[in-house]
Design a protein around this ligand. Structure first.
Ligand code: KIV
Ligand code: ZN
Length: 506
């Protein structure tokens, strides 16, 4: 079996996709999970992009224990300085330097000739190498570049110290056969390439990112770049879970393996979805709600007779918990802690206390608590209970299609109780307006999403709001079996984050 390195770019290329931006603590939580998932390299961000990006890359570098941590840099000394300063605290730092090599990018974007691009590669890869042994070099828009010229670019990068050569299909234009031929060509025509890792980085504009990545691996690439749930620029990047499970399920065919702990896949994708508020499509391969569901009678009959008739993987292989009834309203803290541990959540005593309060509240409303409910509580906990300036103490809404929507909201702040009412075009908007009247924080609601995070009639709904205050975007979350309550909780959670950051700024 050939070992393939998995380079996860959820926190860089993935985070660039609309609606997927994350704050520092969310990125750290995601990075810890990626470490537990067993990816080999985490691309933590683009350090030069903003002071926040720099801080996140730096913090991830200091937190992550097992994986390498990379930061992206254009071919400029400023970018490389920032990348190095951000990753130098990592146990295994990497600088990822890139420049476009296609004629169209060089002429219109870079306004550079081929010779200038070659000089820039030699200069900047060597500059990065003076800081760090582990240097990745990418030919942006590789799949539309002239092969002979690209081979020269790779050779130049190798001579200057690159240890990984990345070949992106930046615009998702290529086909599997073309990517196979391109990697084969580079392997045959680039002196020194055998001493480097060859990496594939494919985008999904034509829906071929995973197929293209697998074709590169078959042609001899040793690293694959991907993101959880395939998030990324435009139509996204190749999806990590699809590539890993393709290699795992068809290992006899591919003769390749990765270090990814497949049972951590579901938890990782769910965490991402919960952080970004972007739901996982039910038909999403590997992790969608329907990925292992058999609806038709013929299929059900086959699966009952022998699961292999219609199942090529087991849901437990990717860590999807079984919908067994586990705990109820009479269960104690020990039972909850045991279940959390079995599901892979290590929680402190304080965290357990907080989860237990939510667990009891949920058990009062919901008869059967499944593993998925417990997972949702555990995942939500770390992000929902960050600040407590305002707490929802009660709410009442009156709603209808032919009548004004009215919401009355009661909020506790320390010992004080505040109450106010507002009207709105819908019950949720009315409730948010009532919260605004009480808190006086004038934030703008930029995004709102509501997703069922567990199954059944009494499923829990997680609301996510994105609030703009000044230049900053604050994410608030709320979880409840009542969607209006989860929405108000999310809104108050976002307001609390604004208040907390105003206090620390003061
Ligand atoms: O798609 C791309 O070309 C990239 C590079 C910066 C690696 O993301
Ligand atoms: Zn990309």
């Amino acid at each position: 079996m050939r070992k393939i390195k998995v380079f996860d770019t959820t926190l860089r290329d993935g985070e660039q996709s609309p609606g997927c931006s994350m704050n520092l603590s969310e990125k750290l939580e995601m990075a810890r999970q990626l470490d537990a998932l067993g990816v080999d390299i985490i691309e933590a961000g683009f350090a030069i992009a903003s002071p926040e990006d720099f801080k996140s890359v730096e913090a991830i570098s200091q937190t992550v224990k097992n994986c390498k941590v990379a930061s992206l840099a254009r071919c400029t000394t400023g970018d490389i300085d920032a990348a190095w300063n951000a990753v130098k605290g990592a146990r295994y730092p990497r600088i990822h330097v890139f420049i476009a090599t296609s004629d169209i990018h060089m002429e219109y974007k870079l306004k550079m000739t081929r010779e200038q691009v070659l000089e820039s590669i030699a200069k900047h890869v060597a500059y990065a190498k003076a800081y760090c042994d582990d240097i990745e070099f990418s030919c942006e828009d590789a799949s539309r570049s002239d092969w002979e010229f690209m081979s020269k670019c790779c050779e130049t990068a190798i001579k200057a110290g690159a240890t990984t050569l990345n070949i992106p299909d930046t615009v998702g234009y290529s086909t599997p056969q073309e990517m196979f031929d391109l990697i084969t060509y580079l392997r045959e025509h680039t002196p020194g390439i055998d001493s480097c890792d060859i990496s594939a980085h494919c985008h999904d504009d034509l829906g071929m990112a995973v197929a293209n990545s697998l074709a590169c691996l078959r042609a001899g690439a040793t690293q694959v770049e991907c993101t959880l749930c395939g998030i990324g620029e435009r139509a996204g990047n190749a999806s990590l879970e699809e590539i890993v499970m393709a290699l795992h399920t068809r290992r006899e065919y591919y003769q390749m393996e990765t270090n990814v702990v497949t049972t951590q896949i579901y938890k990782s994708c769910k965490l991402l979805s919960s952080i970004t508020g972007v739901p996982i499509s039910p038909s999403k391969s590997i992790v969608g709600a329907n990925a292992f569901a058999h609806e038709s009678g013929i299929h059900q009959h086959g699966v009952i007779a022998n699961a292999l008739t219609y199942e090529i993987m087991k849901s437990t292989d990717v860590g999807i918990p079984q919908n067994t009834m586990v705990l109820g309203k009479h269960s104690g803290k020990h039972a909850l802690q045991d279940r959390l541990t079995q599901l892979g959540y290590e929680v402190s005593k304080e965290q357990l206390d907080e989860i237990f309060v939510r667990f009891k509240a949920l058990a009062d409303k919901k008869k059967n608590l499944t593993d998925r409910d417990i997972m949702a509580l555990a995942m939500a906990n770390s992000r929902i209970t960050e600040t407590h300036a305002y707490e929802l103490a009660g709410h009442l809404v009156s709603t209808g299609n032919d009548i004004t929507n009215v919401a009355c909201v009661r909020i506790r702040k320390g010992e004080e109780i505040f109450e106010d009412a507002a009207i709105g075009s819908g019950p949720i908007y009315a409730a948010f307006t009532a919260v605004d009247k009480i808190t006086g924080v004038g934030a703008t609601l930029e995004d709102f999403s509501l997703n069922a995070v567990t199954d059944g009639e009494d499923a829990m709904g997680e609301a996510v709001v994105k609030l703009r205050f000044g230049d900053e975007l604050y994410t608030g979350r709320g979880l409840s079996t009542d969607v209006i309550e989860s929405s108000i909780r999310a809104y108050i959670n976002g307001i609390n984050k604004i208040v907390a950051s105003k206090h620390s700024a003061d």
